[in-house]
Unconditional design. Sequence first.
Length: 319
Amino acid sequence: MKKIVIKVLLSVLIFILSNIGAEALINKEQYEVESTENVQKIMETLCSDEYRGRVVATDENLRAAQYIENYFTSIGLDIFDGDSFYNETGLRYRGKENFAINNVVGVIKGTEGENAVFLTAHFDHIVGQNGQKLMGAIDNASGISVILQTARKLSAKAKEKPLKDDIVIVAYNAEETGLNGSNEFMKKYNKKYNKCYNINIDCVGAKNCMELAMGNNDAKSEGLYSAMRKIFNEEEVPYNDNVYATKNGVIRGTSDHQIFRMYGYPSLVIGDDNIIDIVHTNNDNLDNIDYSDLEKLSEVLFKFISENFYDMNEIKTGN
């Protein structure tokens, strides 16, 4: 009888321990990060009632662009072109011709400036069913928070010791209407640099998504993906080999990185896997954001760019 009891107790203990392990896998441990205060503040601002929706050609969209412009000013970015961080797309929507549809673009100028890293994310969102304003936390306030936080760190580092290449920070507008903002941008600037590559952030930091989708389907971008996977391995950032925005093996969406590929430049998109059923719904809200994920990604991108994890010499041609 005693032996049976011991066996039963051991079985129960093993069951409990195995379930604790499973729980740890499901609920990913918090990253050890400096602070999530900055990314959380950006997220809460862009998802507040004043900015909620951020639909192209609306007051909320204009306010979001102004917020990003002010952030660029506060961290000391230089204007990329012209006399303003606003970068005119030339797009207008019928019935709303008074609404300028601008990208917001800043640059951290390098010592040489012949080549560039483009760090990008879109800030617009969509209108929900029955015209309701969606929060758009994952899609894509998350991406904006990451590029702004990364730009802040890169700008501070460049003031201490300038980087060799230009770092161009682009907050795209009109992604949701068909990659229009990025398309107009690259029409104007696809020959500005000798060599360049693009890291595009779209839909990150979702709770319980577990892994980033890091599968690649573009031959010219494989070197860039390999370099990013290497640093993800070093920094223990979980990812898989699924292509971004797929469900059951079928691609259901895309993002602005595709426009760089049209011009022959390496590009990658960093986004969570398994988010197709979350975005563009009321579930895409701040309750489903893991701020430590956002901060960790910012720290990794800062290291990737500032330490030149991807050798620009691998880029054979731009066009």
